[in-house]
Design a protein around this ligand. Sequence first.
Ligand SMILES: [Zn+2]
Ligand SMILES: [Zn+2]
Length: 97
Amino acid sequence: MNKDLRCLRCGAKMEDMGTENFQLGKTGFFLGDLPNLISGAMKLSVYRCPACGKVEFFSFEPFDEDCEDRIAQITCPRCKQKHDMDYPKCPHCGYRY
Ligand SMILES: [Zn+2]
Ligand SMILES: [Zn+2]
């Protein structure tokens, strides 16, 4: 991720501080009652303004991508491709269970 970011406050070029992992389960702040659905951490890119010290966070991995990982997957016994377990048949080859 290589953004040329300008500080919203003073217009100086912001420094890329790299990515930080923020533990989601510990805080429960973002997710309320659903801490177990998303375990582990969310990666955020951290940018800091060297002039005024303003820090901004940018989501490194959109939540929508995480959603795909959370849906349970099964492997089709015929074509060996993975698909979501709530399909009544394999979306790749049409195999019915
Ligand atoms: Zn600034
Ligand atoms: Zn299949």
